[in-house]
Design a binder for this molecule. Sequence first.
Ligand SMILES: Cc1cc2nc3c(=O)[nH]c(=O)nc-3n(C[C@H](O)[C@H](O)[C@H](O)COP(=O)(O)OP(=O)(O)OC[C@H]3O[C@@H](n4cnc5c(N)ncnc54)[C@H](O)[C@@H]3O)c2cc1C
Length: 414
Amino acid sequence: MKKDLYDIAVIGGGPAGLMSAGSAAETGVSVILLEKMNTCGRKLLISGSGRCNITNTIKTVKDFINRLNVNNKFMYQALNGFKPSDTVAFFNNMGLKTTVERGFKVFPAGEAGSDDVLRVLMRYAVTNGTEIVCGAEVTEISHDGVFHLKTPKGQIKAKCVIISCGGMSYPKTGSAGGGYALAEALGHHVVKPAPALVPVYTPDEWVKQAQGVSLRDIGLTLYSGGKKIAVSSGDLVFTDRGISGPAVYDLSRKTSGTDLSIDIDLMPDMEFAGLDAELEQKLKENNKKLIRNIIDGYAVSALIPAVFSLSGVDPETRASNLSGKDRKKLVSVIKGMRVNNVEFAGFERAVVTAGGVDTKEIDGRTMQSSIVSGLFFAGEIIDTDGPTGGFNLQICWSTGRLAGRNAAEKSKNI
Ligand SMILES: Cc1cc2nc3c(=O)[nH]c(=O)nc-3n(C[C@H](O)[C@H](O)[C@H](O)COP(=O)(O)OP(=O)(O)OC[C@H]3O[C@@H](n4cnc5c(N)ncnc54)[C@H](O)[C@@H]3O)c2cc1C
């Protein structure tokens, strides 16, 4: 460690910690960032499957916070101070071009991905003077006017501390819940963490056989005991154990109940009756064809065998011989491929953690603790989370910027 007393110590080198450190150091104060793992930003590197959906194009702060799952109002000031458009400007000014996909999600442009996002953040922190120490898990923290931090690399003293240790999802990336213990040691309460935005497991054989198949813009309906409890839409991918992707993640936020099943609607833009009428017409026009050759316009080829097995209709049936009942069975499956005995994954595969440090004990105008003066929070450790689509990283940028700037200001008066 280069100094006996730092103005600011940031605990955790994820996106929130790096943004906090850079934002504070940019104002001229001394900053040390302590990261438990051997490198920073492990979770950032796997974000967006390595492509990193850094933010989105939502225009107003109100619209953004309305999409968050909890503590929407708490996030207002942070978002107002550093909006999605500020995120885009920040990365562009640092030389990373961005692109908008699906009319809404912002990604690094071209071949660039998460590693480029991490490089920008590291450069932002380091060129402004942050001392980054990896392999430095903070195991103890106390405060007697200044903060005392214990790490395997030695003791650190700092006037202000920003805790940005993330949540508990994908614990192998380093965020395994250790930050909550540090917050609690200083008197904070933690709203029980829970895995959020998780993939789905199922024993269904047809799902496993579709491994690797991706679907765009499908609709999902979640049932508990046959009763509809939630819907979502978006993209989906079949995995070795079930289904994953944004549409599944958004559904997983609403998991409750038992005896869960999910219907995948391959053609959500068409009503059952319209699709049935269209198929009936196609069958008439192609009455000599086998129906497997007619159905292929309604599902990707890898799913066609499953469409027939789930409907119980023989794919070798000639169109002219297909009964109205069997046609409706096929339409039912296209509008709802049933995934049975659904189980939502736990923390090990969660994109984000719900719960965290109670926002009632954090001042949303500064990210400072209302319990310990000079203590700040940033990122996923705070009890707020959003859906897929760049919301969760935007929370990191906004809270990181606010915590960094205010911790810097605070440290000047200690
Ligand atoms: C597979 C996956 C894909 C995702 N894709 C996206 C996406 O495309 N867009 C999006 O917006 N969000 C995405 N997310 C969510 C996003 O990555 C997280 O919300 C974000 O990384 C949280 O940042 P953070 O800095 O708060 O915490 P983290 O990234 O978890 O960083 C916390 C850091 O603190 C360190 N640490 C923990 N305890 C200590 C300690 N005691 N001492 C020192 N260091 C400590 C950890 O090692 C870690 O490096 C994705 C998440 C996953 C898992």
